[in-house]
Design a protein around this ligand. Structure first.
Ligand code: ADP
Ligand code: MG
Length: 310
């Protein structure tokens, strides 16, 4: 059994979303203990993770230090956070495996994801990133070609493209490592967005949705199950209303209808549902959305929102 496991923000930051190094290490330890428990079963695991707060921190450093050291582009921030989070996750997982007398080799792959240079996101960016700034400071950055949006009370925020992931370019390396018995961390933050131009790859200013990246990697490494681990045990109907109802086992076409009816918020549960549906539609296999503490049951039994082919 091969499992692609996508870890949400709560695996790398504390409950309030704080991302000091100690918060990230503590969250990773909790998350990797759940993964170690999963590895006690006969499974191969590929892990991926979000990187929003970490990239946000790097952008602030870019901004504040710009007169002293050259700012680095967003794709470099993606590469840096893949490496740092891979390091933190591997250390935490190794400790949890040791405590259980399990011996598995670990690797992190710096992963590039190809996107279309003509993706509509590049002309009409939609994904908010980084910190809020007052209007006058935001306007300076707009003059430098960035897109910023007035978000009312809190100030202005930068918007970037969130293009469709087309191909996980380093999936063959991930596959070779899994087949050699490694537990692999890959495609962090959805992968570093690159475009192919004149026969060369070039990083672009964009962020890829990590759940959609996970769905694509899951297909490319022939995973049996895609598990999206977040901070709620189920996707629900009527979210935030008194008669909210958890969704358990569900056919892919049915949950697609719920999505079309607007049950899943676009910046949070929406992409998770979309990711799981894409995987199930493409493979005829199973996708699960659940909380981190339920991942063993999500793989070995039945829990969470389990999306099945029609
Ligand atoms: P992650 O950081 O794990 O990627 P997100 O915060 O992006 O997670 O998405 C999970 C959140 O989605 C939940 O904490 C919940 O607040 C929100 N959400 C929105 N719509 C729904 C829904 N229909 N069912 C469950 N959760 C929902
Ligand atoms: Mg979150």
């Amino acid at each position: 059994m091969r499992v692609m496991l996508a870890l949400g923000g709560n695996a790398m930051t504390n409950a309030e979303g704080r991302a000091r190094p100690e918060d990230q290490i503590a969250a990773a330890e909790t998350a990797m203990d759940a993964v170690a428990e999963l590895l006690e079963h006969d499974v191969e695991v590929v892990l991926t993770h979000g990187n929003g707060p970490q990239v946000g921190n790097l952008l602030v450093k870019n901004e504040l230090a710009a007169s002293v050291v050259p700012p680095v582009p967003l794709d470099w921030c993606g590469a840096q956070t893949q490496a740092t989070l891979g390091f933190v996750l591997m250390n935490a997982l190794e400790a949890s495996l040791g405590a259980r007398d399990l011996d598995r080799q670990l690797a992190t792959v710096v992963t590039r994801t190809r996107v279309d240079p003509d993706d509509p996101g590049f002309t009409r960016p939609t994904k908010p990133i980084g910190r809020y700034l007052p209007e006058d400071q935001a306007k300076v950055l707009v003059e430098h070609g960035e897109t910023w949006e007035d978000r009312g009370e809190k100030g202005w925020r930068r918007l970037v493209a969130s293009p469709e992931p087309l191909e996980i370019l380093d999936a063959p390396a991930v596959l070779a490592l899994i087949e050699a018995g490694f537990v692999v961390v890959a495609a962090g933050g959805g992968g570093i967005p690159v475009v192919r131009e004149d026969g060369r790859l070039r990083g672009v200013e964009a962020v890829i949705d990590k759940d959609l990246g996970a769905a694509l990697l899951a297909r490319m490494v022939d995973a049996d199950t895609l598990v999206v681990a977040t901070d709620v045990p189920h996707a629900v109907l009527g979210y935030g209303t008194p008669d909210a109802q958890p969704i358990g086992r569900v056919a892919v076409s049915t949950i697609r209808e719920y999505a079309a009816d607007g049950h899943f918020a676009s910046g949070s549960m929406g992409p998770k549902v979309d990711a799981v549906c894409r995987f199930v539609e493409a493979t005829g296999r199973r996708g699960v959305i659940t909380s981190l503490s339920h991942i063993v049951d999500a793989v070995t039994g039945e829990t969470g929102t389990v999306v099945l082919p029609d």
